[in-house]
Design a protein around this ligand. Sequence first.
Ligand code: PHB
Length: 376
Amino acid sequence: MLLSHLLTRAGIENIVIERQSKAHVLDRIRAGVLEWGTVETLRDAGLGDRMDAEGKVHETINIAWRGRELLSIDTADVVGKLMMAYGQTRIQEDLFDAAEALGTTVFFDAQDVVLGDLTSDAPNVTFDIDGESCRIDADFVAGCDGFHGVSRVAIPEQLRTEYEKVYPFGWVGIMSETPPLPILLYANHERGFALCSMRNPMLSRYYVQCPIDDQVEDWNDDRFWSELIARLPPVQAAQLVTGPSIEKSIAPLRSFVSEPMSYGRLFLAGDAAHIVPPTGAKGLNLAVSDVRYLSQAIVAHYAGDPSGLSDYSAKALRRVWGAVRFSWWLTSLLHRFPHQSAFDQRAQEQELFYLSSSRAAQTALAEQYVGLPFES
Ligand code: PHB
């Protein structure tokens, strides 16, 4: 939807084909922390009004470990940038509203989507809606259909290289209509990782690390809250306001990259090409940076410069790998791994100690957390 919006504003006709219903898309609870480059991309696209009114600016990244004092990194101080808490679901609403205002065609509930003639100058997409066959002929196809979509696998297997790391744990996440802690807080604890986040002043988002095979039914609200509280430092544990969860789910953690991100006239963006564990809050931000690069390359193509599209995959992957490496590193730093040896444990503690005592280490973390710069 963001790619469509950027293209429409540049006068380039486009059509969006969505497998799910609009209600389903608006119902899903997804990411919530925006890099400053994402904030500026949305503002520049005319999508900043509600985000600026309702989003909460984060000035610090906070890490609690071994029950000691909180390590608080002031990102404005160390790297001159901030982050914003504003839910992906809200961005999705803003994009649907904008699409309606601009008259964009969006097909929902599209089934049996097939991409055709991708290596020709005239690719097409066929699909069914309510049993009726549709076909769209286009100059380009953007595969923004997530990890389980049809786009990535439309690239012949022998032309794809996949890199994957599956972590031996998951996150149980809940949403509750309770006031959040005033800060975004990550906790490394002997019982496992925990995270306190927010969506707005009366909507909190919390996560705790759980064994990989756990089911949602294993985690009633009482168990969730007592486990979360046990993993927080005393001050935050005392501040926490609990209440009934309004959503609860378990997500496995995985890193995945498929290269290249283009094939003929097909260009992949976001989770269709890469997955990061949620620890660094990078998934949505990477999708935005892919789409930013792709929209610029398509606009340049119609202005007579084809080089942006031929460079798109390599350029996008440079930024993707930056975020993939960072998310892997932060995941390794903050979680308790099954069978973690005493050596691994001491090395992890030493890394946290180094981080809490070195401005250089804090700068390196913050620079990646707030988002590496975009290439021009
Ligand atoms: C969230 O608010 O959902 C969230 C925040 C920070 C993360 C991951 C998820 O690192």
